[in-house]
Structure formats: structure tokens, C-alpha cells
Design a protein around this ligand. Structure first.
Ligand code: ADP
Length: 494
């Protein structure tokens, strides 16, 4: 219990800082992964496109170069490329007419960005090139696409042997190269954009993260401040704002406020109880002390003083004993939940027995019982507790009766509960006392109650017991005319 109030001296990083960092990290990682996937996909698509274009071009060139008997030479290649059907790097002009459709071959663009064409003889001698840029060349037996080093980094190379369409002789090799200049430029641009957007996203996300997390941690900060104020001063009336919404935070605030209210009321009750008890014990202790001092000074020799003092001291000791017993009863009455929740008692039996006892104890009183309920009515209450409730109420009825020594007891059943009324025609109580008689140690007339051996704990015990079993107790009274105590106790369902 104590360590709740112990100050936690540990220093630590703030939750807000850590969460902001975590959010930033998560956003950064997500962004990086997505950018990487996007960049890779983009690169793949571009490379596939370039490779497809290279294949188209190489196919076109092969068709032209294979149309011959002998290996390719420089002159031959040049002249084949200059065939009238071929227009290198040009689109057919609007006036271009195709006279013989079967001879038409679509123009091939050899000047397209990044494309270089090289032609090699069968003995791997370079015989023709559209650009003097040097690239690795390896003769192959079939079409081969490879990534090689180019002037801008990675480049694509397609090498394919050329066989004569007449005699299948090897005429040479065609190598189509793509320097990927545009691809490299675009990739560089894309990476720069990704970095810029990434930094902007990181800054933005950390600001948003900080703001969001501070909104979430605000209630916790407020809760901590409220708890600290309670720690400084247990009586502090600092409470959390419950707000108008019904969300987790307002529930937390409500629960916290209720908890603090309960704690403070318990602390107040406890200190009041200690004050009340010491106040109650002060009188009998002072009386006993006074008598003992008197005896000590001059009473030892005087049998009459001795007699009187011993008599008075015994009476006060008896009062103290009753007081202690009743305090114990009251404290036990608060533990019903734990021990006696399933107990049941035959109420008609108990009332009859109690009335018989009271008639014997107070023969000058008339007890009228009007029990309008079945004989085997059981209520959900432990027998000793129910007995204590009736004894306390009947005791009071006797104690505070005046001339008309008559007590009426009635029992009835309503809505799964037994209603009991105990009426006397005695001193009664004023309206303002009615609200207080169930408070601990409250007595309308202290001197009178004391004289009758009252402690002011009888009715609080009744209330605690009855309510502990889910019942209710109330009182109606008219000063100088009498009182009616009403008790409702749930009928046992078993
Ligand atoms: P006590 O031990 O003084 O009787 P209780 O808690 O039983 O304490 O009762 C509290 C006070 O309520 C009594 O001091 C008395 O003033 C008042 N009271 C209780 N019962 C009656 C009653 N039947 N008629 C008049 N006053 C009553």
C-alpha cells in the first residue's frame, strides 16, 4: 500500500520521443521497401522493352544479311544496308509508294537512342559498325542477350550468328548493343526524386507522429499530474476532466476519479472512526480514572466511597466492553460478501422465537405480531445476523418507549422480498435526526442514550448487515409519538 506513494526517481526517455522515433523508422522502412520494389519493377519493365526492341531490330537485320551466299564483308554489309528497301533511321515519306508489296521491308531505325549495330565476319573480324564505341564481343552459335559494361554503366548486348538463307553457310555475326543511356538517366532521376520525397515524408511523418502521439499521451500526462497532486496532498480535490465523449480516455478518467473519491472517503471514514472511538472511550476511561484517583486519595478507608467507586467503575468497564464488542460487530458486518452470501434463515421461526424472548424479558410490554406470511419463508441472510438486526431494533423500541409500552411487528411478502415493520409509540425523532440515526455513534440525546447503555452503533450495524445482503432499512418517526422501522430482505430462491 505504502509504495504507491513512493516517489519514482528513475529517469527515462519519454514515451512520446520513443514512439515518434519508432513511427519514423516504420514509415522510413516502408517507404524504402516500396521505393525499392517500384524502382526494380520500373527497371525491369524498361530493360524488357529495350531487349524486345533489340530483338526486333536484330531479326530485321538478319533477314537482310542472310540474303546472300558468301561471308559478310565491309562493302557487302554497307551495300546491303543501302538497299533501296531500307531506310535507316527514317520513316517512310508520305509520298513513298510500294510498287511490289512482297519486296517491302519496313524501315529500320539504327539511329534510335542508344542503339549501336556492329557486324563481324565469320572469323570474328569487325566489318561494320554504326559507332566506334568499344564493346566486348564473343561469337555465339545462337542468339544470346547479355548484360555487359557500357559507357554509362550496365548495357545490353544481343549477339546472333548470320546464316545464309541459300546454303546455310555462316556469313558472320550481328551484334546489337543498347547503351541504356536513357535508362541510366531515368534511374538516376528517379533515385534523386525518391530521396527528396523520402526526406520530405520523413520530416512530415515525424511532425505528424509527434503531434498524434502527444494527443495520445496527453491523458497519461494529465493522469500523472493528478496522481502526483494526490501524492503531495491526500485531500487534494484535483480530478481528471471526464469529457463528453464515451471513449477509453473518458472511461479511464471516470474510473480514476471514482477511485480517488472512494479512497478519500475511506481515509476520511477511517480517521473519523478513530476520532469517534477515542471520543467514545474518553468518557468511561475518565470516569474510571476519576474513581481510582479518589480511592487512592481518601476512599480506601471509607467503605461507602469504595463501594460506590467500584460499582461505577464496573459499570463503565461494562460499557467499554459493549462498545468494543459493537465495534467488532460493525467491522464484521462489512465482510458479509466474503463469508455469508449463501446463508438462508426461516424468518417466521426466528421472529416467533425472538418475540417470546422479549415478552419474557419485558413482561410490562405488549408485543403484537402480525405475520401474514407462509411458515416456511426463508430469507437470504445468515441467522445470527438477522437475529442481531431484530434484537437491535426491538431493543431500541423498548429503550425509547415512554408511557405506551406497546410494540407492533408486522411481516409481509412483496416482490420476492419480506417486508418487516417494527413500530413503537415512544419518544420518536425529529425529521433532521431521521437522516442521521444510521450514522456511527449518532445519538439524538447523548445523555439519555448513555444512561440506557446505548453506544450509537446499534443502527449502523443494522444498516450494514441488511444492505450487505441486498436489503434496505428505513425509518419513519414523529417526535413524541413513536417510530416505525421498515426492513426489506430478499427471499431466498433456494
Ligand atoms: P443507541 O445505542 O444509542 O441506541 P442506535 O444506533 O441503536 O444507538 O440508535 C441511534 C439513535 O437513534 C439513538 O440514540 C436514538 O436517539 C435513536 N433511536 C433509535 N431507535 C429509536 C426509537 N425506536 N425511537 C426513538 N429514537 C430511536
Amino acid at each position: 500500500m505504502r509504495n504507491i506513494f513512493k516517489r519514482d526517481e528513475r529517469k527515462g526517455s519519454t514515451v512520446q520521443g520513443r514512439w515518434t522515433l519508432l513511427t519514423m523508422l516504420v514509415i522510413f522502412l516502408t517507404f524504402t521497401i516500396f521505393s525499392y520494389i517500384l524502382l526494380n519493377t520500373f527497371q525491369q519493365v524498361v530493360l524488357d522493352n529495350e531487349a524486345a526492341e533489340m530483338e526486333d531490330l536484330s531479326e530485321e537485320l538478319l533477314t537482310r544479311f542472310s540474303n546472300r551466299y558468301y561471308p559478310l564483308t565491309e562493302d557487302a554489309t554497307e551495300s546491303m544496308l543501302e538497299e533501296p528497301e531500307i531506310e535507316i533511321g527514317a520513316v517512310p515519306s508520305p509520298g513513298y509508294r510500294i510498287d511490289r508489296e512482297e519486296e517491302y521491308k519496313p524501315p529500320v531505325s539504327l539511329t534510335k537512342g542508344g542503339i549501336i549495330v556492329k557486324v563481324y565476319s565469320p572469323d570474328e573480324e569487325l566489318v561494320y559498325e554504326t559507332d566506334s564505341e568499344e564493346f566486348d564481343f564473343m561469337a555465339t552459335e545462337e542468339k544470346k542477350i547479355a548484360q555487359i559494361a557500357g559507357p554509362f554503366g550496365k548495357a545490353l548486348s544481343l549477339t546472333e550468328p548470320i546464316y545464309s538463307s541459300y546454303n546455310d553457310n555462316l556469313l558472320g555475326y550481328v551484334q546489337v548493343l543498347q547503351t541504356l543511356e536513357g535508362y541510366h538517366e531515368m534511374t538516376d532521376d528517379l533515385i534523386s526524386y525518391i530521396i527528396i520525397i523520402g526526406i520530405a515524408a520523413l520530416i512530415f511523418s515525424s511532425i505528424v507522429g509527434w503531434l498524434l502521439i502527444s494527443t495520445f499521451t496527453k491523458p497519461i500526462t494529465k493522469l500523472t499530474a493528478a496522481m502526483e497532486s494526490i501524492r503531495e496532498n491526500l485531500e487534494s480535490d484535483v480530478r481528471l476532466d471526464e469529457g463528453t465523449k464515451n471513449n477509453e480516455f473518458s472511461k479511464l478518467a471516470r474510473t480514476y476519479n471514482e477511485m480517488v473519491d472512494l479512497m478519500q472517503s475511506n481515509i476520511r471514514n477511517q480517521s473519523e472512526f478513530v476520532e469517534d472511538v477515542s471520543h467514545e472511550l474518553r468518557t468511561p476511561v475518565a470516569v474510571v480514572e476519576g474513581h481510582l484517583q479518589m480511592l487512592n486519595r481518601w476512599g480506601k478507608e471509607d467503605p461507602q466511597i469504595l463501594e460506590e467507586s467500584i460499582e461505577a467503575s464496573l459499570q463503565e468497564t461494562k460499557r467499554m466492553k459493549t462498545l468494543v464488542q459493537e465495534m467488532l460487530d460493525l467491522s464484521r458486518a462489512q465482510e458479509i460478501d466474503v463469508y455469508f452470501k449463501n446463508e438462508t434463515t426461516n424468518i417466521t421461526d426466528l421472529i416467533r422465537q425472538l418475540v417470546t424472548n422479549f415478552r419474557m424479558l419485558y413482561p410490562d410490554f405488549t408485543f403484537n405480531v402480525d405475520d401474514d406470511i407462509p411458515d416456511d419463508t426463508y430469507v437470504s441472510m445468515y441467522r445470527n445476523h438477522l437475529e442481531q438486526v431484530f434484537v437491535n431494533i426491538l431493543d431500541n423500541a423498548v429503550k425509547y418507549s415512554t408511557d405506551r409500552k406497546e410494540i407492533h411487528i408486522s411481516l409481509g411478502v412483496h416482490n420476492h422480498r419480506v417486508d418487516i415493520a417494527v413500530q413503537d409509540f415512544g419518544a420518536g425523532m425529529s425529521e433532521e435526526d431521521l437522516d442521521k440515526v444510521f450514522n456511527r455513534f449518532y445519538r439524538v440525546d447523548k445523555a439519555r442514550s448513555r444512561e440506557k447503555g446505548g453506544t450509537g452503533l446499534g443502527l449502523p450495524i443494522v444498516k450494514e448487515l441488511v444492505e450487505g445482503y441486498g436489503g434496505r432499512v428505513s425509518v419513519d418517526s414523529i417526535l413524541d409519538h413513536g417510530s416505525v422501522f421498515r426492513i426489506h430482505i430478499p427471499i431466498s430462491t433456494e
